[in-house]
Design a protein around this ligand. Structure first.
Ligand SMILES: Cc1cc2nc3c(=O)[nH]c(=O)nc-3n(C[C@H](O)[C@H](O)[C@H](O)COP(=O)(O)O)c2cc1C
Length: 130
């Protein structure tokens, strides 16, 4: 299941029975997007919703699914880029899920889109999880 985390509570995805639960976000300031970084993203022409993965994950009922995986986008692969997925994995574990894998996908720049071949790699990664 692929879905976004929209603002109105009634439209938020119901992850019950989804296994594995795969959660992703862009890396912002070396971690998960928050109110400040979303404002920055909007100032650069991005979308930057007010309610995102950082707000949604703590609302998950404990042990929503057995398995989970986390991914993010980064503008460089390495320690200095940071990783939203790393933080997502921590929040998933706090909700009782077992994180089976984590991946970073390279965006061309801060406005996206994904760099060449990264979309294909993302498809392969998704397929490897099920
Ligand atoms: C405010 C802001 C901060 C960002 N900080 C980082 C960062 O610390 N490390 C990184 O690798 N990419 C960073 N990025 C790039 C994003 O992770 C992402 O690759 C880029 O925004 C494109 O994806 P999107 O179109 O889904 O937002 C940042 C982008 C924005 C807008």
């Amino acid at each position: 299941m692929v879905c976004q985390v929209p603002k109105p509570a009634a439209e938020r995805p119901d992850p019950a029975g989804v296994d594995p639960l795969v959660v992703g976000a862009p890396t912002h300031n070396r971690g998960l997007p928050g109110p400040g970084s979303r404002k920055e993203a909007r100032a650069k022409g991005g979308e930057g919703e007010d309610f995102g993965v950082a707000e949604w994950l703590p609302t998950l009922p404990p042990a929503t699914a057995a398995r989970a995986a986390a991914f993010d986008t980064v503008t460089g692969l390495g320690f200095f880029s940071g990783s939203a997925a790393k933080r997502i994995a921590i929040l998933l574990r706090r909700r009782g899920l077992t994180v089976v894998d984590r991946a970073n996908f390279l965006a061309g720049d801060q406005q996206g889109p994904l760099a060449d071949d990264e979309l294909a790699r993302a498809h392969q990664w998704g397929a490897s999880l099920v």
